[in-house]
Write a protein that binds this ligand. Structure first.
Ligand SMILES: NC(=O)c1ccc[n+]([C@@H]2O[C@H](COP(=O)([O-])OP(=O)(O)OC[C@H]3O[C@@H](n4cnc5c(N)ncnc54)[C@H](OP(=O)(O)O)[C@@H]3O)[C@@H](O)[C@H]2O)c1
Length: 338
């Protein structure tokens, strides 16, 4: 691709202006198998050159390791980028393979301090509640998050995997800049509630896993056989066993459209998210994750592909035919409560 920068989008009514596509950094040290740290660092620099300015991490990605890995890059380019991180997935020291969702004030307060320390910055640009703990009223959680804004520790607030009702209740307490939830050709459950609510309230969407965790690119067809033993995708029902074969066959129209555009499957998946968000009138900044320079170039170039109505119609039935859920335990998602 040429070196011209990607377009910019404002995140929510009062949020920062960012490149129309962000970068998911999770895989650089968590969830998706072995990483080449040098190539991952070069990918961060390349992304910024291309106009990608929203960089996404979380305290839970490798128990803080991902934030620590990103810190030198963030500090070197502090004024050029927007740092997004998250709290809520607590790892009990006596049982480090499990995660407990925590939205209570003492937990949030210690989580923000720990993230600021690991990132080694004075302020987090966009701070998300990663998952919802239904034992704590969302108004209470967002109340604590808004105190962090007043104290100058955080600039903007976000929520991940919330329902439309939860978003509305949160917005009544403090402006919410963005909702980060899974949204792709394969995962469209959020269109039932949170997407229209976000559109109505002027909240931006940050679609995560817009490449269906890589499956939509055709780079793997069955997690059981194609991915390493510790790869998180081996726990996801739609990428394993008989479901994987059913789902791989669903990529045929994506392949056809990619051929017509001289594009890759992944680029068509990304172009679909952009066009779908526009149809709901929501500002959207998808955050495809990659650790490779060539792929960040390919993904950024997808922001320039506009799918036509007929192409959108061809892609429309795919999500309803997907075999298997996006999480083994759907209570981990907004759809489990919507
Ligand atoms: N809020 C939440 O609960 C939540 C949950 C999951 C993820 N996230 C965030 O969202 C980000 C993106 O989601 P994701 O990483 O799960 O899924 P994704 O962006 O849908 O897909 C990432 C996978 O696709 C591969 N890939 C990327 N570009 C490619 C290309 N052009 N061609 C072929 N393969 C390509 C990557 O491999 P390589 O890295 O090897 O290129 C990686 O395995 C994460 O990094 C994280 O920041 C948030």
């Amino acid at each position: 691709m040429t070196d011209s920068k990607i377009a910019k989008v404002r995140l929510g009514a009062d949020g920062p202006e960012v490149g129309a596509q962000g970068l998911g950094c999770m895989g650089m040290s968590f969830a998706y198998g072995p990483t080449d740290a040098d190539e991952a660092r070069a990918t961060l620099e390349r992304a910024l050159e291309l106009g990608v300015t929203l960089f996404d991490t979380a305290d839970a990605y490798g128990q803080g390791e991902n934030e620590r890995f990103l810190s030198p890059f963030f500090k070197a380019h502090r004024d050029e980028l927007v740092i997004a991180t998250k709290f809520a997935l607590s790892i009990p020291p006596d049982n480090p393979t499990t995660r407990v969702v925590r939205n209570d004030a003492p937990y949030i307060r210690q989580a923000v301090e720990a993230s600021l320390k690991r990132l080694d910055v004075d302020v987090i640009d966009l701070y998300y509640m990663h998952r919802r703990d239904v034992k704590i009223p969302i108004e209470e959680t967002v109340g604590v998050m808004s105190e962090l804004v007043r104290e100058g520790k955080v600039k903007h607030l976000g929520l991940s995997e919330v329902t439309g009702g939860e978003l509305r209740a949160a917005q009544a307490v403090h402006p919410i800049t963005a909702v980060q939830s899974e949204w792709s050709l394969f995962s469209r459950d959020i269109e039932a509630g949170v997407v229209p609510t976000a559109g109505e309230l002027g909240v931006a969407l940050v679609p995560y896993s817009p490449l269906g965790r890589g499956f939509l690119t055709g780079s793997f067809a069955n997690a059981d056989t194609d991915l390493t033993a510790t790869d998180f995708r081996r726990q996801q029902p739609r990428f394993t066993g008989d479901n994987a074969a059913v789902n791989a066959a669903l990529l045929e129209p994506v392949r056809e459209i990619a051929g017509a555009h001289g594009a890759s499957l992944g680029q068509i998946a990304l172009a679909w998210v952009q066009r779908q968000a526009a149809s709901y009138g929501v500002a959207a900044v998808p955050i495809p994750g990659t650790r490779r320079r060539g792929r960040v170039e390919e993904n950024a170039a997808a922001t320039r592909i506009v799918l036509g109505d007929e192409e959108m119609a061809l892609l429309e039935p795919i999500a309803s035919k997907v075999a298997g859920e996006r999480y083994a335990d759907m209570s981990f998602s907004s759809a489990g409560r919507e």
